[in-house]
Design a protein around this ligand. Sequence first.
Ligand SMILES: Cc1cc2nc3c(=O)[nH]c(=O)nc-3n(C[C@H](O)[C@H](O)[C@H](O)COP(=O)(O)OP(=O)(O)OC[C@H]3O[C@@H](n4cnc5c(N)ncnc54)[C@H](O)[C@@H]3O)c2cc1C
Ligand SMILES: NC(=O)c1ccc[n+]([C@@H]2O[C@H](COP(=O)([O-])OP(=O)(O)OC[C@H]3O[C@@H](n4cnc5c(N)ncnc54)[C@H](O)[C@@H]3O)[C@@H](O)[C@H]2O)c1
Length: 499
Amino acid sequence: MQSDNIEHFDLVVIGSGPAGFAAAMRAIDFHKKVAIVEEKNLGGAGVFHGALTSKTMWELSADFAVASAVNRGYRASHLTVDYKKVKKTVVNAAKTKQYQMLSQIESFSSSNKIGHGGSLTLIQGHGSFQDAHYLNIETRGEGEKVIYGEYFIIATGSRPRQHPILKTDGHRIVNSDELLGLDRFPERMLIVGSGIIGCEFATIFSNFNQTEVHLLDRAHCVIPFEDKDVSSFVSEGLEKNGVQIHHTANFRTVRKKEDSLDVVLDYEDGHSRVIEVDVILVSIGRVPNTDHLKLENAGLHANERGFLEINNECAMEDFSKCHIFAAGDTTGHKALYCVAEEQGRHIVEAIWGNVAYPLDYSHLPTLMFFKPELASVGMNETQLQEKKIPYRAAYYSNKLVNRAIAMQNTRGFVKIMISDDGKNKILGMRAGGPQASAFITSFAYLLDQNLTVEEVLKNTHPHPSVTEGIQECLRLLMGMSIYKEEVFPEEIKLTEWKP
Ligand SMILES: Cc1cc2nc3c(=O)[nH]c(=O)nc-3n(C[C@H](O)[C@H](O)[C@H](O)COP(=O)(O)OP(=O)(O)OC[C@H]3O[C@@H](n4cnc5c(N)ncnc54)[C@H](O)[C@@H]3O)c2cc1C
Ligand SMILES: NC(=O)c1ccc[n+]([C@@H]2O[C@H](COP(=O)([O-])OP(=O)(O)OC[C@H]3O[C@@H](n4cnc5c(N)ncnc54)[C@H](O)[C@@H]3O)[C@@H](O)[C@H]2O)c1
């Protein structure tokens, strides 16, 4: 039996990451009374130990790499970098965002009037279901608290997956949550896992050039979900930056010595190698935070991998019967900031805004912060072949793009896939190089509009812009590029594929 003095909320979001916070703020638009329950860092992995902190570190490291360059007509002297100071800048960046979030929470608190009847309350503590409408919260310092929710959004995100052998200790064996706990640049570091997180941190530490970086790649290629040419572009970039990639190597064991770690690696061809490092970063994927929520008390369950399976409305059952929804990394969709935000907002719109459109994830761009940055949208060649879709692809190197030449930064490319059915519909793009993360969004818009190459080519790109590579790539697909494949076979490539 619940007591009457339990506070009631229209919406309770569990987790303040991009999914939870975006949902809470959209509910404010509908003048709802909202509670945000957060057990750790305001903003979740979107802000701390995740997207914002890692991107701040990447930006600092990229600036440092440019400042250290000696092939551009200048040479900086006495350039030094201190991990503690880098960490301080990174933490300050995260705090900037957290204080912006707190300003919103305080402005829309029940004591203020700008919510027009809606309000936001932040409750710091661990939430778990008592039943389908009551949430227990072990608060930070104020004991147990129970609140009532008319609707719930489970936005509890994910955490680093544990390696079966490599147990993290926060000092010598760490995961991405623990990197800011290091007090100096390690002299030697092994990164286990060559997905996005592994390759981003390999880029960051090699950009700072204070650490000998080893990257363990169990397969033949890093970021294995991309086409082979794109994956090779990333590995070559890492190797050029000084990263030693151990392709086809499996981690066997680690022997801890007083000041270092001996790591035994077994390669596919049968040989083994022992390397000495100071720190191991484990980045082998993430698992959803759904196991401490007492879901069974609310009549819910996660699937065997711990994800909450959702339908188009992010509901875990028929929308008309549902009052508990899930968004973000808990759902097993792409673990991206924008997916989390979109899902969180969509749920609120479905409940109070009568919006019934299904969420479409097919044209969501992904940005990867390597050297240089990489951006993707739509299908790649591997996916098109798996789906047996005939296509033509054009590759155009930044070596031929004037703006990239002016930047003295020509390591980059654009690859565009179009349908080979007489309609020339744009199906996908991969781009590596400066500003790729900025221009991918406008290309995603073209995909969304289902445009043909002819329609897109009606627009002329301004000069000098890196996007002139896109224009040339599209012209290439129509056999009318200014620079020709015959003259530049390494820089310009055309392929076609039929099932
Ligand atoms: C190193 C790294 C770099 C990344 N870089 C990018 C990037 O560049 N671009 C991009 O798009 N994505 C990036 N991501 C992924 C992105 O951060 C996540 O997809 C996104 O944060 C997921 O949002 P979310 O709201 O689902 O969960 P989260 O951001 O994980 O937030 C969940 C919150 O819920 C809280 N919580 C969990 N359980 C409870 C509970 N029981 N009670 C109360 N609170 C609870 C957690 O403390 C956490 O604060 C990165 C991730 C990492 C780890
Ligand atoms: N820029 C971005 O958008 C960005 C940045 C960072 C993270 N993220 C999100 O976070 C998610 C998690 O990133 P991640 O890099 O941890 O996961 P991931 O799934 O991208 O990569 C994990 C890698 O670890 C390898 N691996 C798995 N088990 C292993 C083992 N036992 N030994 C050695 N290698 C092993 C896998 O083969 C894979 O290459 C990503 O999928 C992404 O959605 C996005």
